[in-house]
Design a protein around this ligand. Structure first.
Ligand code: PGA
Length: 254
């Protein structure tokens, strides 16, 4: 089976102490993950080391950064390089979250560079894609997402692509309490997999985990994750509440 992944995205929330409490709470309460299941915690940069220490020795639990620089090193004040992340043991990095695209003008081209630099450092990018409301209302979401994939991913080799996790996050469902229906999620996930199959072949496409993101919570996770092409979720708001995220982890297929 493809890896089934419950990914927490803390965004710019919590103090260090609150983050420690949350992570301790989830790690203590969560049931053991099954063979093909992973949990990933995307925490703010200053908490990466704390989080890495807390998951030490846990096989299927990983820490992610929420972003990285597209530059290797040098005079880029305020930026964080993949080499820095690697030196902390961080194995995953979220790239292209819609908030980064919207508020920090991250383009598909810039994200292609970030993917390259993260993959070259041996990291797993969690590549986010997804359409805004006006695109969904115009029913052109497939073209929109296909273009995000094409411009950021399709220069990768098949081997590189297999290191990438994709997160489909319709922007109109993020933090709004408005979830895509499980049918809408399945439809887009199947479309994404079909696009990957057309470019890389079905066998490769079948290996890529595609997560759904946008108002996932304990109450809807079982139904959404139960869809055949949904391989878990990238979770914002509900990942900040111990019992919610523990239930979301338990909702993974496997
Ligand atoms: P949400 O955020 O779960 O709060 O909607 C998801 C995300 O932005 O990754």
């Amino acid at each position: 089976m493809r890896k089934q992944i419950a990914a927490a995205n803390w965004k710019m929330n919590l103090t260090l102490q609150q983050g420690e409490q949350l992570l301790d709470g989830v790690l203590n309460k969560a049931a053991a993950l099954k063979k093909d299941q992973l949990a990933v915690f995307a925490v703010p940069f200053p908490y990466l080391q704390m989080a890495q220490q807390k998951i030490a020795g846990k096989q299927q639990v990983f820490i992610a950064a929420q972003n990285c620089s597209n530059k290797k090193s040098g005079a880029y004040t305020g930026e964080v390089s993949v080499e820095m992340l690697g030196s902390l043991g961080v194995g995953y990095v979220v790239l292209g979250h819609s908030e980064r695209r919207e508020y920090f003008q991250e383009s598909n081209q810039l994200l292609a560079e970030k993917l390259d630099i993260a993959l070259a450092a041996g990291m797993h990018p969690v590549f986010c894609c997804g359409e805004p409301l006006e695109i969904r209302e115009a029913a052109t979401q497939n073209d929109f997402v296909a273009r995000q994939l094409e411009e950021s991913l399709y220069h990768l080799s098949a081997e590189q692509l297999q290191q990438v996790v994709i997160a489909y996050e319709p922007i109109w469902a993020i933090g709004t309490g408005k979830t895509a229906s499980s049918a809408q999620a399945q439809e887009m996930h199947a479309f994404i997999r079909q696009q990957l199959a057309a470019k890389y072949g079905q066998e490769i496409a079948d290996k890529i985990s595609i997560l759904y993101g946008g108002s996932v919570k304990a109450a809807n996770a079982v139904e959404i994750f139960g869809q055949p092409d949904v391989d878990g979720g990238l979770v914002g708001g509900a990942s900040l509440i111990v019992d919610e995220f523990v239930s979301i982890m338990a909702a993974l297929k496997g």
